[in-house]
Write a protein that binds this ligand. Structure first.
Ligand code: NAD
Length: 256
């Protein structure tokens, strides 16, 4: 790949930071999976069927209670897209660092498909490949086959509706996962921030948390956005091009 001179210089600075870091973790968003063919949330959805709906109607408890069939249908449509995509070079570059923890906002499992061990991935916003009971006091869950997702149905344990096991707007993050991510970000030497607009809280607050605890921050994203403003080094470019060059030759770890 050919870098412009300023990007090449910044890449060298970023590699210098990594070389001096004992504890490194990655924090990713939808941009990590963009080159696999999954649109980010700020991209214009081209599918006419869904583009007329506000995300809030499709990704909130209010939207689900108002029209559960529509919400399930939308998620099943997204699942069919997931079934058709594969990890890209950025997922594979991160998977090449098996001792590094991946904190991700993505509900897909492309990091795991690229080879990252499941216990090395903190899914802050849940998993689109699972359903769970909507009742707060019922912990019934099921794995979903994205090729054959199920229609709206009742929980076999308590009778409340089943729903995707993702975090919707206004909902709490899974507490154990969130606590682990926060603790991690308080003890890093470097946080790699990949493909996130860093606008959805509380997850986006991890970048500031890491900085407050003396971590360096390297941001990889074609658009600087809110994350780029917090970067020690901002690498403008697609994750699938920048990450392999950035991580080549390293054996990074989160726990020293
Ligand atoms: P985002 O869409 O807000 O931002 C994606 C980022 O990826 C952008 O900064 C973009 O410049 C960057 N990008 C695009 N292509 C890239 C590439 N090839 N390489 C690197 N970066 C690239 O996504 P986000 O930050 O992950 O959003 C946060 C969370 O918001 C999501 O995880 C989701 O939970 C939630 N959300 C959900 C919905 C929904 O369900 N409808 C809608 C909005 C937000």
């Amino acid at each position: 790949m050919s870098f412009d001179p300023s990007l090449a210089a910044r890449l060298q600075r970023a590699r210098g930071i990594l070389a001096r870091s004992d504890r490194v973790a990655a924090f990713s968003g939808a941009g990590l999976s963009a080159e696999s063919g999954l649109p980010t949330f700020r991209d214009n959805e081209t599918d006419a069927l869904w583009s007329r709906y506000d995300p809030i109607e499709l990704a909130s408890v209010e939207g689900f209670l108002a029209n559960p069939e529509r919400v399930i249908e939308w998620y099943n449509w997204r699942r069919s897209r997931y079934a058709a995509v594969k990890p890209n070079a950025a997922h594979r570059a991160l998977a090449g660092q098996p001792r590094m923890i991946q904190i991700t906002q993505n509900v897909d499992h492309l990091l795991e498909q690229a080879g990252v061990a499941a216990d090395q991935v903190d899914h802050l916003h849940g998993s689109i490949l699972h359903d769970r009971c909507h009742a707060g006091d019922c912990d019934y869950r099921e794995i979903i086959d994205p090729d054959n997702p199920l229609a709206l149905r009742a929980c076999p344990r308590c009778g409340e509706p089943m729903r995707p096991a993702v975090v919707w707007f206004g909902e709490n993050l899974p507490q154990t996962t969130w606590l682990r991510a926060q603790q991690l970000c308080m003890s890093l030497d470097c946080l790699l921030v990949v493909g996130t607009s860093a606008t959805v809280y509380p997850a986006a607050g991890l970048i500031e948390l890491a900085r407050q605890h003396d971590s360096r921050v390297i941001v990889i994203d074609p658009n600087p956005g809110a994350a780029g403003n917090q970067a020690d080094v901002y690498l403008a470019g697609a994750a699938g091009e920048v990450l392999p060059a950035l991580l080549d030759g390293f054996d990074l770890a989160t726990a020293s």
